[in-house]
Ligand binder design. Structure first.
Ligand code: I3P
Length: 290
């Protein structure tokens, strides 16, 4: 989440957010400003140069919020582009950092050859990563949650089941029903907008997140962010986004993730209505519920 929200961002003088320029992302944002999805993405104000770098000028989604709590959900059944997959065998740069992350979580997932090399390709890592959490099965994963005090909780990144995701949503919202309901309505509206969006029909949306934000005053919203790995499909093609991916189809499973999120929010709303005896709704997360 830190990568997505702050690490390559700077605050500009006008209260806008500056994000390091990417041609692919700028093209997507330009297109989105003329699409039914516009109300769901940060407003794009063009480019600006600061020193040696060029930046994308974006609406600050946190403006006016007091001590916001933020959750970043990375959408889709995969987080690598098909072009990464095609290039992978040819451009076999080995990443020792990614190998180390795999060793730490699941050394048995690595082959003897990979252990001997002490490195894996990025594609190999991303593909493995997508199967160690809810990405490949439920079509999204929680990348992280930023608390009121600015601390970032990443314990959610290996969550696999819908029940665990519901627990995470209850933790994130402190079981506050109005916030859960606001997120639920916003996602239903997003679903309608996606169905009517020419942009969505014609783009493979990879590595893009839904950013959930709320604060003490119960202001709550959800935004689509991060389009650096989103690519247009060839002229005559259109994607469905709600079918499993098969190599060559370019399907991203974005709507599978959205349906899972909506289902999880519905469960959280029911759970928030009937708090367990003695429950504050603020229990710590991390327990598997079945
Ligand atoms: C990172 C995550 C990011 C990926 C990044 C990985 O791993 O998969 O999506 O960036 O690659 O390190 P983790 O989930 O363990 O944090 P991209 O989505 O931009 O490819 P990077 O190290 O090459 O930036």
């Amino acid at each position: 989440m830190c990568r997505a929200i702050y690490c390559n961002f700077q605050l500009s003088e006008g209260g806008e957010v500056l994000k390091l320029y990417s041609e692919a992302e700028a093209m997507c944002l330009d297109c989105l400003m003329r699409d039914p999805l516009r109300p769901f993405v940060p407003q794009y104000h063009g480019l600006v140069t600061r020193g040696e770098h060029c930046y994308i000028r974006l609406e600050d989604l946190l403006r006016g919020l007091k001590k916001p709590v933020i959750m970043d959900c990375k959408m889709g059944v995969r987080t690598y582009q098909e072009e990464e997959l095609i290039k992978a065998p040819a451009k076999a740069t080995l990443r020792s950092d990614m190998y180390q992350k795999m060793v730490k979580l699941d050394p048995a997932a690595l082959s003897a050859e990979e252990h001997a090399q002490g490195g894996v390709t990025k594609w190999r890592y991303l593909q493995w990563r997508d199967t160690t959490n809810s990405t490949s099965t439920l079509g999204f994963r929680i990348e992280g949650i930023m608390m009121e005090d600015g601390s970032i909780q990443r314990d959610f990144r290996n969550i696999m089941s819908l029940a665990q995701l519901t627990e995470a949503l209850l933790f994130f919202t402190r079981s506050r029903r109005p916030i859960l309901k606001a997120f639920h309505s916003r996602l239903l509206a997003l679903h309608d907008a996606l169905k009517n969006s020419p942009f969505f029909r014609t783009h493979e949306v990879i590595g893009s997140s839904l950013l959930f934000v709320h604060d003490h005053s119960s202001r709550a919203s959800v935004w689509m962010i991060d389009f650096g790995k989103t690519r247009p499909v060839p002229d005559t093609s259109e994607l469905q986004h709600d079918v499993p991916w098969a190599q060559g189809s370019r399907e991203d499973g974005y709507l599978i993730g959205l349906a899972s999120l909506i289902a999880s929010l519905s469960q959280a709303i029911s759970a928030a209505s009937w708090p367990k005896e003695g429950s504050t709704g603020e229990e710590s997360l991390g327990t598997e519920e079945g």
